[in-house]
Design a binder for this molecule. Structure first.
Ligand code: TYD
Length: 216
């Protein structure tokens, strides 16, 4: 970790991987150990980011073009970076974000077929060199994950969002992109098997994260 700076951890994973549950458990554990943690989410996070999220997830916006989708994802991200993430890291806090640029590489770059170059170019404008110190990608078979996600929506009465309505092939491309990133950046990007019990996955994640933390 860079000296005098906080730690930036991101969570990634395909639908139904249990990523958000695991992120919540990690944040609870970090706080219990005395760390000062800022939680963020993408698309969303800041109040302005949440308004952009509304546009992105609204099933009525079926005409949204892939490039417009990419730029909106990064508009929300740029706002989070400036308003929340950089100030928190400067103050030495731990920032944990549910998704970040790797999601754009997986979903817009691979899923939509825009390619990683365009995504990384947009990242240079929006994030200005900010890269997570550590990324936990909760990995699960695409069909199993979609099954879990749809039954969760049914149980909670939640309606599917615009991005929940993609074909299986789209999510398979996204998952393959995550696997490629893990091969290219093994130090930063850690794939964690999401199929065991919630507690077992949480322990595997804690083993990775705790090894990277500054002492409290
Ligand atoms: P959300 O309801 O937050 O789902 P999840 O629990 O899977 O994170 O919806 C976010 C959706 O947006 C999700 O399908 C992934 C997608 N997404 C992108 O396509 N590109 C991005 O850059 C980000 C951050 C998310």
């Amino acid at each position: 970790m860079t000296k005098g700076r906080g730690v930036f951890i991101t969570f990634e994973g395909n639908e139904g991987s249990g990523k958000s549950t695991q992120m919540r458990l990690l944040v609870e554990r970090l706080r219990a150990e005395g760390h000062d943690v800022l939680e963020s989410q993408e698309p969303g996070g800041s109040p302005i980011g949440l308004k952009v999220r509304g546009i992105l997830l609204d099933p009525a916006n079926s005409e949204l073009s892939p490039t417009a989708e990419l730029l909106l994802m990064f508009a929300a991200r740029a706002q989070n970076v400036d308003q929340w993430i950089l100030p928190a890291l400067s103050a030495g806090r731990i920032v944990v974000s549910d998704r970040f640029t790797d999601s754009s590489l997986a979903y817009q770059g691979a899923g939509r077929g825009l390619g990683s170059e365009i995504v990384l170019e947009t990242d240079r404008i929006a994030c200005r060199g900010l890269v997570p110190d550590l990324t936990i990608c909760v990995d699960i078979d695409v069909e199993e994950g979609l099954h879990r996600a749809h039954s969760r929506n049914r149980d909670t009465g939640a309606t599917d969002t615009r991005l929940d309505e993609e074909a299986v092939e789209f999510y398979k491309k996204a998952r393959a992109a995550y696997h490629r990133i893990a091969e290219e950046e093994p130090e930063r990007f850690k794939l964690v098997d999401g199929s065991p019990s919630i507690d077992a996955v949480a322990d595997a994640i804690w083993a990775i994260v705790s090894a990277r933390l500054p002492r409290t």
